[in-house]
Design a protein. Structure first.
Lengths: 325, 320
């Protein structure tokens, strides 16, 4: 399209008034379109609300515990176990009961939110950033960089993530790894998640970039003298926002479950830090009598993961209206 | 076709070589802890440790160690010896293979059957109440940690501690050859638990795949021929919709054979996963290393089988 001169271009929105016949036909940004669809989805909205509640709970855990009049999650109270060492069940003072050490289960469940959300959100975030950047580079430059990175993902994906996590967990269990720079606990779990999970994001981003890089807007940008980095991050990347968001939101629940599983198997977060998986593990020997100790961390885990899954489904529908549900 | 298969096999072997090298790095280079001290156990005497270091070849340069290690794996399938019991890791893993295979294959039958059935029923009437209910239930099962479901199942149904004593509880597994009836009953709960989350995933997959297939032209043709709806859905629709699911099934079985750790731990089934779990509590590196390698082997083989099956069914794949 050839353009005669600057004066024929409408300045601002004013020149387009002749198009504005019905009155309120306004252009909608992708964000507005997304929001219009997303807010119809009551289940996803409720899940989003629940997740915001969890985030507030995690941040304000000490205040909440104090406000509810519960003891801190690290307060051991031998008076709360009977003479055989069995913990007491739910009472008014301890709504979720106590564990073998006399620690309050509700208080520990509330603090456990912190670990799950840190792992879920931070771990997924790190993995997503690595996957997106490497996927952009591989899809954009192709050639040997692409071959090398793609082969590397084959290697990572040929070890089940749980087995990889257990392997690294076992290797680092005694005095850490790499001269002690990776210590057992949260840092190690974030390392495992970052190491394994970037591959999924990488494959998706790479595939999309391979097709996007052939499009006209990339040629146009190059003709204007844009650098490779600018084309990748300012031109191509904005087109990938929707799949990145949807995919990240679906990785979060699986990472929360992974942390819980590793902690359950004893190579993740260690006591006294409260983690739901680790609580279920220490409830295992006594779960037939002290059902509350097994039940409440499990329910917390189930609800959290379910909320993220429902939110992910809702985001997918709202951002990609073509999907049939 | 032959060239395609050879290429896939070569890359499979290449992958296993790289994974073996990665496990070497993971267990010999990464850990700060000294394997010789772990092997020594309670005998933390420096002469004992020096002797062990010599036995394990840890006093050789790291590259020499690497060469010996790789040669052992690929020429003799030698995975080393347990630090804890000194038994060869290869034997330990092979002895545990049948329990894991029983668990995974039986579970796969359960999840495939139930997942496909629910998926087909849901896809017949999308957005109906039944569909919403089953898809909601599926999402709950996907979100539930399987070891927790296992504990709940034991709490409810185990014959020793359960509220309703129906099924054998934790630790009741016996081999198929020693007592087939006990083998079957002891695996009912583990099968259900392994199948739960997978059945949910398969139901969701089958539902969306079938909804898509049902809008194809050949379905309209089948209807136009006057076939019964049942026949259209099962013989024409489901058959077309099932292909991508069978691909995933192969890969899932491959993954699960190497990583059925959680369910084997909860139900105390003496499989590879349980072996791995026990080895971790003892920092028994050679066993953990062996289980990582065997898990990778399962995945690589499953991938090759699926790829070849796919290339056989769909000629377009071979030439890409």
């Amino acid at each position: 399209m050839s353009i005669g001169g600057a004066e024929v271009l409408p300045s601002g929105g004013g020149g387009l008034e002749f198009l504005d016949m019905g009155g309120d036909i306004a252009a909608q940004s992708p964000l507005q379109l997304f929001w219009r669809r997303f807010r119809q989805d009551r289940v996803a909205l409720a899940s989003g609300g629940f997740i915001i509640f969890l985030i507030v709970l995690a941040i304000a855990a000490p205040l909440v515990v104090k406000g509810l009049g519960l003891p801190s999650p690290y307060t051991e109270n031998p008076n709360l176990t009977d003479s055989f060492g069995s913990p007491l069940g739910p009472t008014a003072a301890h709504p979720f009961g106590v564990d073998q050490l006399g620690e309050d289960v509700m208080s520990r469940v509330i603090y456990g939110t912190r670990v799950s959300l840190e792992v879920g959100i931070l771990g997924t975030g790190i993995a997503a950033v690595i996957g997106v950047v490497l996927g952009l580079i591989a899809g954009f430059y192709r050639g040997w960089v692409d071959t090398l990175l793609s082969r590397f993902t084959d290697v990572v994906l040929s070890i089940p993530i749980l087995v990889l996590g257990l392997g690294i967990g076992a290797a680092c269990a005694v005095r850490g790894c790499l001269k002690g720079s990776i210590q057992p606990g949260l840092g190690e779990i974030l390392f495992i998640i970052a190491l394994a999970n970037w591959t999924y994001m990488y494959r998706i981003v790479r595939g999309l970039v391979l097709s996007l890089r052939e499009r006209e807007f990339v040629d146009a940008s190059r003709a204007l003298g844009a650098s490779d980095a600018r084309i990748m991050f300012r031109e191509i990347l904005p087109n990938l926002v929707a799949p990145i968001i949807v995919y990240s939101s679906l990785l979060i629940p699986s990472n929360i479950l992974l942390e819980a599983a590793l902690s359950f198997l004893g190579v993740g977060v260690r006591p006294p830090t409260a983690s739901w998986g680790q609580m279920i593990a220490s409830a295992t020997p006594i779960f037939n009598t002290a059902w509350w100790y097994m039940a409440f961390p499990g329910i917390a885990l189930l609800l959290t993961v379910l909320a993220f899954n429902l939110l992910g489904d809702g985001l997918q529908d709202a951002l990609n209206p073509r999907t049939t549900r | 076709m032959a060239r395609y298969i050879i290429r896939r096999l070569l890359w499979g072997v290449g992958l296993l070589i790289i994974v073996s090298a990665a496990t070497f790095v993971m267990f010999r280079v990464f850990p700060t802890a000294d394997p010789a001290k772990l092997r020594a156990g309670r005998l933390q005497d420096h002469r004992v440790i020096a002797a062990i270091r010599h036995d394990l070849g840890l006093d050789k340069p790291i590259l020499t160690q690497f060469w010996i290690y790789m040669k052992g794996i690929f020429l003799h399938f030698d995975l080393g010896y347990s630090y804890y019991s000194t038994a060869p890791v290869k034997t330990l893993i092979l002895n545990r293979l049948s329990a894991t295979v029983s668990l995974v294959l039986g579970g796969a039958v359960v999840w495939l059957g139930s997942g496909l059935a629910v998926g087909i029923i849901s896809a017949r009437k999308p957005r109906s109440r039944l569909d919403r209910f089953s898809m909601g239930g599926a999402l709950v099962l996907v979100s539930a940690p399987e070891y927790w479901l296992g504990l709940l199942a034991l709490f409810a149904f185990a014959s020793d501690i359960g509220k309703v004593k129906i099924f054998p509880g934790s630790g009741s597994y016996v081999g198929l050859t020693s007592d087939p009836v006990k083998w079957f009953t002891s695996l009912i709960l583990p099968w259900l638990v392994v199948a739960a989350s997978n059945a949910a995933v398969y139901a969701r997959l089958m539902r969306s795949s079938l909804i898509e297939t049902m809008s194809e032209d050949y379905i309209r043709t089948a209807r136009a021929k006057g076939l019964s709806e049942r026949r259209v859905v099962l013989r024409h629709g489901a058959r077309g919709a099932i292909n991508p699911i069978l691909t995933i099934l192969g890969l899932d079985i491959g993954v699960l054979l190497g990583s059925a750790i959680l369910v084997e731990t909860v139900f105390d089934i003496p499989g590879i996963g349980r072996l791995n779990y026990d080895a971790i509590t003892h920092s028994d590196f050679p066993i953990v290393q062996g289980t990582v390698l065997i898990a990778a082997l399962f995945i690589v083989v499953a991938n090759i089988v699926v790829d070849i099956a796919y290339a056989y069914l769909d000629p377009r794949v071979r030439y890409s």
